[in-house]
Design a protein around this ligand. Structure first.
Ligand SMILES: Nc1ncnc2c1ncn2[C@@H]1O[C@H](COP(=O)(O)OP(=O)(O)OP(=O)(O)O)[C@@H](O)[C@H]1O
Length: 413
């Protein structure tokens, strides 16, 4: 937490000036795609050491009990249901989550085996009604390393989600992809379980508690010999700072119960992917529909997750200065073009060198979007015309007298 704070402070102190220290920003980081890491082996679901370091004895005992006709060991362990909804489920054939002592299952920080991902000359086209459309992503280059947060940022419809889907190998059938994506230096496809992908809007089961939901997700997603490990659920709860909500109903949606707020719901949907202990986690707009406090909590939580070793790649529309300071690398898109890829501090320097220094007291992400998005100029021109046409008391202060009285605007919008 102190590390995160200090990184954010470091960033703020440098971002308040247009001329960020060049000594900290090697120019070689601009548009530079290096083959990351020394790892050259493709990743797989089972090769993560994390699966080995958990207590296998628990699982063996459970299996023995089952073989010996001892019934469902998890059900036995939870003779007292931990929530009202559980009792309903227990009347069926479903198992219930293991009881966890108050405060979670221990505070040991578990390392996650991240993987590096590199994309080179990545181009994506989408098929329209008749033919393939213009390129949605054009010759994009970049990389993401274990233990870091890489953000894909840009205006609306700039191709952020498409690039993220292309990296995760989740493009729709109507898309065509050109170029290369390397995972740990290898061109092989990412196997099931080695990565997680969180959609912009996800469906949760409102009638379950957070712990139940994650436990049943684990049962559905993980192979049999792994899914009984309660530690995967507890680790996911801990990693997404959900310990205080673990026994609360998710609510909302179709179940007409007041439940978690949007920030917590979003973290639950990320935790659902974490039960797989993915090497790489892709998130489409983690800050979608979140207020500023939830935004900061989400980003600090993701930073903590990255510091455990996971490789995080996500899209974002814009961010505050505090949040921007937490990113490690930024891929700035506009109309499918990668305008910048590199470290966040280098991005400031890049724009400054290009004649667009970030003004003092302005959020860097706002500044970048303002600089690359021509829609802003159109809107500002429109506002000026509007001020001229409707001289209110506030507008009078902004306009010259000649503009107010003698210049009728003939243009219609
Ligand atoms: N399945 C699809 N079929 C056809 N066109 C698509 C498809 N998905 C995306 N596009 C087009 O690709 C372009 C980029 O869309 P994309 O969703 O990647 O942008 P984005 O930056 O994530 O935008 P936003 O943040 O507003 O969702 C848009 O013009 C969109 O219409």
């Amino acid at each position: 937490m102190e590390d995160i704070q200090s990184q954010s402070d470091l960033y703020r102190s440098s971002s308040s000036s247009a001329s960020s220290p060049t000594s900290r920003v090697p120019s070689s980081h601009f548009f530079y795609v290096r083959k990351p890491g020394s790892l050259t082996q493709p990743i797989s679901f089972e090769d993560s050491p994390e699966w080995e370091d958990t207590d296998d004895a628990d699982v063996r005992m459970d299996e023995e009990a089952n073989i010996g006709g001892g019934g469902d060991s998890i059900n036995d362990a939870t003779a007292t249901p931990i929530s009202p909804s559980l009792s309903k489920i227990n009347s069926g054939s479903m198992t219930s989550p293991p009881v966890v002592p108050e405060g979670g299952g221990g505070n040991a920080v578990r390392k996650i085996a991240g993987a590096s991902i590199t994309w080179k000359d990545l181009t994506v086209t989408m098929k329209g009604k008749r033919r393939y459309s213009d390129k949605v992503v054009k010759s994009s280059n970049g990389y993401a390393l274990p233990g870091t947060m890489t953000v894909i940022m840009g205006p609306a419809k700039s191709g952020k989600s498409t690039l993220l889907r292309a990296l995760a190998g989740r493009l729709p059938p109507s898309a065509k992809m050109y170029g290369d994506v390397f995972v740990n230096g290898s061109k092989s496809h990412m196997p099931y379980g080695s990565y997680g992908y969180v959609e912009r809007e996800t469906q949760l089961i409102g009638s379950l508690t957070v712990r139940e939901f994650l436990y049943y997700s684990a049962l559905l997603q993980l192979p049999g010999f792994l899914c009984q490990k309660s530690s995967v659920v507890e680790d996911a709860i801990q990693a997404m700072s959900l310990s205080d909500y673990a026994n609360k109903l998710i609510g909302g949606g179709d179940c007409y119960m007041k439940g978690l707020r949007s920030g917590e719901r979003r973290r639950v949907s990320i935790a659902r992917e974490l039960v797989m202990r993915p090497h790489i986690l892709f998130i489409d707009e983690p800050l979608y529909h979140l207020d500023s406090v939830s935004t900061l909590l989400m980003m600090v939580t993701l930073k903590k997750l990255a510091s455990m070793g996971c490789t995080l790649v996500f899209t974002i529309y814009q961010s505050s200065t505090e949040v921007f300071g937490l990113f490690d690398r930024i891929c700035l898109l506009s109309n499918g073009n990668t305008l910048f890829f590199g470290e966040t501090l280098a991005c400031l320097q890049h724009f400054s060198n290009a004649g667009f220094p970030c003004p003092i007291m302005q959020s860097p992400s706002d500044h970048f979007l303002r600089a690359i998005n021509t829609d802003f100029d159109r809107i500002i021109a429109m506002c000026k015309n509007w001020q001229v046409r409707t001289p209110t008391t506030e507008n009078i202060a902004l306009c010259r007298p000649s503009q107010i009285i003698f210049r009728p605007c003939s243009k219609k919008y």
